[in-house]
Structure formats: C-alpha cells, structure tokens
Design a protein around this ligand. Structure first.
Ligand SMILES: Nc1ccn([C@@H]2O[C@H](COP(=O)(O)OP(=O)(O)OP(=O)(O)O)[C@@H](O)[C@H]2O)c(=O)n1
Ligand SMILES: C[C@](O)(CO)[C@H](O)COP(=O)(O)O
Length: 220
C-alpha cells in the first residue's frame, strides 16, 4: 500500500493520508477495510522517511502490517514494497496494490476484483467514463474530443502475480517508462490486465473537495 506521498495537491498541514475522517485517519480507514477482507492476509505499507505520524495511527500496532521505505514517486514506493514481499512470498502469489488515499473502497469490489483478476492473470478496479472527454492545449483551448467508448478511470486495487509485477515494474522503470499505475507496467511488459467495474465512490483523496466527498461516502 503506497502511503509515502506528501499530499501537495491537498494543501494540508500534514500528509493527506493522516487527515481525519469521522475521527479516524484516512490510512486507518483504508487499512481497516483491507485487513478485514477474507482474501487479504497482510499489508506492506510504504512510508516516507520523513513520516512522523504513522506510530500514532490505530493500524501501527497491527501485527499483520509491515512497513518499508517509500520512494521518490509512487512507483518507487510500490517497487520497494514488492521487493520486501518477494523475500517472503512465492512469485506466483497474488498481490493487490491499493492507495492509502483511497479509503472508500468497498469490500465487495475487492472480492469481485479478486475473483475476476485471478482468472485472467491480473486486473484493475475502475469505472467507465460517462462524460465527454476533451484534450486541450496548455492554455486550456480544446484541441479534440477524445473517443470515450471503452474509456475507463483506473482506480486501485490493482492485482497481479507478485513476481511478474515486480519484474515488469522494475524493467519499465529501468527503461524510463512513466509508470503511474501498476497496470501500465504490466501493459508495457505485454500483458492485457482486465478492467473490473467497481463503485465510483472509490475516489482517491487528492484535493480538498475529495475529503468532503469521502466523509459522505464513509458515513453511509
Ligand atoms: N512517492 C510517493 C508518492 C505517492 N505515494 C502514495 O501513492 C498514493 C497515490 O498518490 P497521490 O494521490 O499522487 O498522493 P501524493 O503524491 O501524496 O499527492 P500529491 O501528488 O498531491 O503530492 C497515495 O496513497 C500516496 O501516499 C507513495 O507511496 N509514494
Ligand atoms: C494509481 C492511481 O490511483 C490510479 O488512478 C493514480 O495514478 C495514483 O495517483 P497519482 O496522482 O498518479 O500518483
């Protein structure tokens, strides 16, 4: 679970994964959902070397959690976690990578991802695009309308065999590929992950307005 970000776009005094929602840190909401899922045994959390908040979380005392050092970008944090997992697990074991900043993920969507991705060699939770999509120039002037048929928002968890994901991510980064999610490394390696539709409420807390939305979703 990548949790080593600074949360710059949130503009808060602390990293967004430690902001409180209904009295509980974002990261604790996310970890509680993951660790209460029947298909998830342990979680490896990538933390910033400057992180001073983790020890005060509810999750820090959970023996099912190990922590590793995060990296410069999300992909480096994920690779560090995969390297730690590779020391203790079989390369054919399944791994799910999920953002600490996505606390609203639903257990039933994780179950659907596990069921469908395990039969397909890997998969990603997401939702189809429902709006007309535009690409603009740097001044915001519309250049084109992007064909939205079969266009998806990729979320997390993203689920792949541990060894294949580790090796593909390591090779993609070594080749200078811009890797913003695990599936893009697997695609670069020639795989065709499955998109698995989940709830649009599985938002990534990125900007202040997202926190209000997450508060609503987590009050349901
Ligand atoms: N070097 C990094 C950067 C991000 N993340 C994690 O990856 C997830 C998604 O990244 P993002 O939403 O971009 O988080 P931040 O990088 O913190 O946000 P910003 O870009 O606004 O600083 C978050 O859980 C974040 O903590 C990470 O583990 N290591
Ligand atoms: C991995 C991800 O959550 C997929 O939507 C997203 O790319 C991570 O956010 P970032 O801002 O790209 O780090």
């Amino acid at each position: 679970m990548p949790a080593a970000g600074a949360g710059r776009r949130m503009g808060a005094d602390i990293p967004k994964q430690y902001l409180q929602i209904h009295g509980k840190a974002v990261i604790d909401w996310t970890l509680e959902t993951l660790l209460s899922h029947e298909d998830i045994e342990t979680v490896t959390v990538a933390l910033s070397s400057q992180d001073e908040y983790w020890p005060d979380t509810q999750s820090a005392a959970d023996h099912r959690i190990q922590t590793v050092a995060g990296g410069r970008e999300r992909c480096h944090s994920v690779l560090n976690a995969l390297e730690a997992l590779s020391q203790e697990n079989d390369e054919n074991d399944w791994v799910l990578v999920h953002d600490a900043a996505r606390p609203c993920v639903r257990p039933e969507d994780i179950s659907r991802l596990v069921q469908q991705a395990s039969a397909h060699g890997g998969g990603v939770l997401g939702v189809p695009v429902h709006d007309t999509m535009k690409r603009t120039d740097t001044q915001g002037r519309i250049l084109e309308t992007v064909e939205r048929d079969r266009l998806w928002h990729a979320f997390t968890p993203q689920m792949f065999p541990l060894g294949k994901l580790h090796d593909s991510l390591q090779a993609a980064l070594a080749a200078g590929i811009a890797v913003t999610d695990e599936a893009s490394a697997m695609e670069w390696a020639g795989c065709q992950p499955l998109m698995v539709e989940g709830a649009s409420s599985n938002i990534k807390i990125t900007r202040p307005a997202d926190l209000l939305l997450a508060e609503f979703y987590l009050s349901l």
